[in-house]
Write a protein of this length. Structure first.
Length: 134
C-alpha cells in the first residue's frame, strides 16, 4: 500500500483546510473544503462528515477521492488519491468523533470517510508536474 512520507504528513498537518474532490458515477465532480481531518496512519486519512451531502452521495456511487495539499507553510504541492469507505460506528470513528467535537463542538460529527491512499502525485509547476511520486 502507498504510504505518506514524514514530509507529506507534515504538509498535510500544516493545512487547516483541505480541498477534497469526489465525482459521481457519471463523473460530475465535487470539491469541498474539509477542516475535520486526521491521519490515522501513513496509509489512511480520515475526514469527518459534518455537512457532507454531495460528497457522501458521490462516495456511495464512486468510492474514490482526491485531496489537494498546498498552501502557506507547505513545501511542495501534492495530490493524494484514495479508495474511500464510510463509517459511522466503531472504535476508530468514536475516537475521531471525540477529537473533532473537542475542537469543533458545534458540528454533528455523524460519520467519517476512511481514505486508503492509492497514489500520490506532485503538482509543483514544471516538467515533473503530475508525476507519481509514491
Amino acid at each position: 500500500m502507498v504510504q505518506l512520507t514524514d514530509d507529506l504528513i507534515e504538509a498535510f498537518n500544516a493545512l487547516r483546510i483541505i480541498p477534497l474532490a469526489t465525482a459521481d458515477k457519471d463523473g460530475v465532480p465535487n470539491v469541498a473544503p474539509m477542516g475535520a481531518k486526521s491521519i490515522a496512519d501513513p496509509e489512511t486519512i480520515l475526514v469527518m462528515d459534518n455537512f457532507m451531502q454531495k460528497t457522501v452521495a458521490n462516495i456511495r456511487e464512486n468510492p474514490k477521492a482526491a485531496i489537494y495539499v498546498w498552501g502557506e507553510g507547505v513545501k511542495g504541492c501534492f495530490q493524494i488519491h484514495g479508495d474511500v469507505t464510510y463509517e459511522d460506528e466503531g472504535e476508530q470513528f468514536e475516537a475521531f468523533r471525540k477529537e473533532t467535537l473537542a475542537r469543533m463542538p458545534h458540528v454533528p460529527a455523524k460519520g467519517m470517510l476512511v481514505i486508503k491512499i492509492t497514489d500520490i502525485y506532485t503538482c509543483v509547476a514544471g516538467p515533473g508536474a503530475g508525476n507519481k511520486i509514491v
